[in-house]
Design a protein around this ligand. Structure first.
Ligand code: NAP
Ligand code: GDP
Length: 401
């Protein structure tokens, strides 16, 4: 079993054979006659075509699985890279030369308008999920212009493609908006009506994407919706986000491959949920008769410090904190060994101190709520990284970081 794909109940011990067999069955087309050619009217879920930008990312991988399981044809956009970058979706890929498949990947980039228009034209999707983004807040301070191009103008390019191709009545559009929009929060918890106050180039770019989505909905009657998603994590989370950085370090320290974990602001608080639950919410948003904007969150927040403590507790190590500021360290209670240190390099020019969402609207209108608790999320991520640390390839990538 691929270590990065936990079974639906989040338990890693589920039979690999059963998992893979089930997925393969879900991906194969039973008959060519169900092909996505009949474009008139409202297609059944079985015949729907989805286009996912950012399919190679964390959410793209979970969403592609969800939609394939529902019988969709899924077209994903991947970026050209000098090395393989499809690891998160490799399990879904069946060579179309050898198999009948519902999952297709196409080269593309949201910075390239002609490419975006051509892909939308070729695949005539019923639903577009715009997940592609330079999604790392700290990186956005270093690459602000690129972040604006991909995250803000990329969204505009997709919406324009829908308009230029006269697909405004047909396509439903999901925009991956973010709790980072709330930034320096104006009220707690944050809901759909809370004013935004972005605190990074990433959040400022996403602010444009949020409003251009609302504008195209109002100006051209496109079924376009924003999901304002609070942080969601998983074993597939990018390795430089704080949760995954912590769980990888816990695994590496446990296996004797690493001495210390270096972090920035331990007191930042986030409302952390599981990506598997959140992609379900994305889908539900596009199934509503009318477009709208929804907060998806768990409604509780935890600090980075708590995440560290819980992750180390998962491997039987209790952390005690000593010192203050950049001199603060996290010691293992039993041995007195320093495991966590502060590196000011990870402090941000402007920080988002705390985020906590109010998902009431999503609960009432979509029937959505998170299923995975904070504790289960941390346990699943630690278990997965403990398993992958044994992989030789993982060790090589670790050394390169
Ligand atoms: P992720 O793992 O970083 O994935 C981002 C995806 O976008 C990757 O497939 C990446 O391709 C692709 N991408 C980046 N720049 C692109 C470009 N110019 N053209 C085409 N594709 C591009 O992010 P995620 O965690 O899955 O998040 C999905 C979306 O939700 C993002 O828009 C993110 O900003 C937003 N969001 C995430 C969270 C969260 O907590 N995860 C919360 C709120 C909102 P490569 O694989 O080639 O890099
Ligand atoms: P974000 O909420 O999208 O910025 O997600 P991150 O996982 O990147 O960061 C969450 C919080 O953890 C932020 O407030 C960071 O400042 C804080 N943090 C503390 N140490 C680190 C670190 O070493 N890496 C990252 N990425 N974040 C850190």
């Amino acid at each position: 079993m691929p270590v990065w794909w936990p079974p639906p109940d989040g338990l890693l011990r589920t039979s690999a054979v059963l998992q893979e067999g089930a997925w393969e069955r879900a991906l194969r087309i039973k008959s060519r006659t169900s092909c996505h050619s009949g474009r008139q009217g409202s297609p059944s879920v079985q015949n729907k075509v989805a286009l996912i930008t950012g399919v190679t990312g964390q959410d793209g991988a979970y969403l592609a699985r969800l939609l394939l399981g529902k019988g969709y044809f899924v077209h994903g956009i991947k970026r050209r890279s000098s090395s393989f970058n499809t690891e998160r979706v490799d399990e879904l890929y069946l060579d179309p030369h050898e198999h009948e498949t519902r999952f297709f990947m196409h080269y593309g980039d949201l910075a390239d308008a002609t490419n975006v228009i051509r892909l939308v034209q070729q695949h005539q999707p019923d639903e577009i999920y715009n997940l592609a983004a330079q999604s790392h807040v700290q990186v956005s301070f270093e690459t602000p212009e690129y972040t604006a191009n991909a995250d803000a103008l990329g969204t505009l390019r997709l919406l324009e493609a829908i308009r230029i191709l006269k697909l405004t009545d047909k396509v439903r559009f999901y925009q991956a908006s973010t709790s980072e929009l709330y930034g320096k929060v104006r009220e707690v918890p944050q809901r759909e009506t809370t004013p935004f106050y972005p605190r990074s180039p990433y959040a400022a770019a996403k602010l444009y994407a949020y409003w251009i989505t609302v504008n195209y909905r109002e100006a051209y009657a496109i079924h376009a919706s924003n999901g304002i998603l609070f942080n969601h994590e998983s074993p597939l989370r990018g390795e430089t986000f704080v949760t995954r950085k912590i769980t990888r370090a816990v695994a590496a320290i446990e296996r004797g491959l690493q001495q210390h974990l270096y972090l920035g602001n331990l007191d930042a608080k986030r409302d952390w949920g599981h990506a598997r639950d959140y992609v379900e919410g994305m889908w539900l948003i596009l199934q509503q008769p009318s477009p709208d904007d929804y907060v998806l969150a768990t409604g509780s927040m935890h600090s980075v410090r708590e995440f560290v403590e819980l992750a180390f507790r998962g491997v039987g190590r209790m952390i005690e904190w000593r010192g203050t500021g950049v001199e603060e360290v996290g010691l293992e209670r039993k041995t007195g060994k320093v495991l966590v240190r502060i590196d000011p390099r990870y402090f941000r020019p402007t920080e988002v101190d705390e985020l906590c969402g109010d998902p009431s609207k999503a609960r009432e209108r979509l029937g959505w709520s998170h299923k995975t608790s904070f504790k289960e999320l941390v346990a699943e991520m630690v278990a997965s990284d403990l398993e992958s640390v044994a992989d030789a390839r993982w060790r090589r990538t670790w050394a390169a970081e």
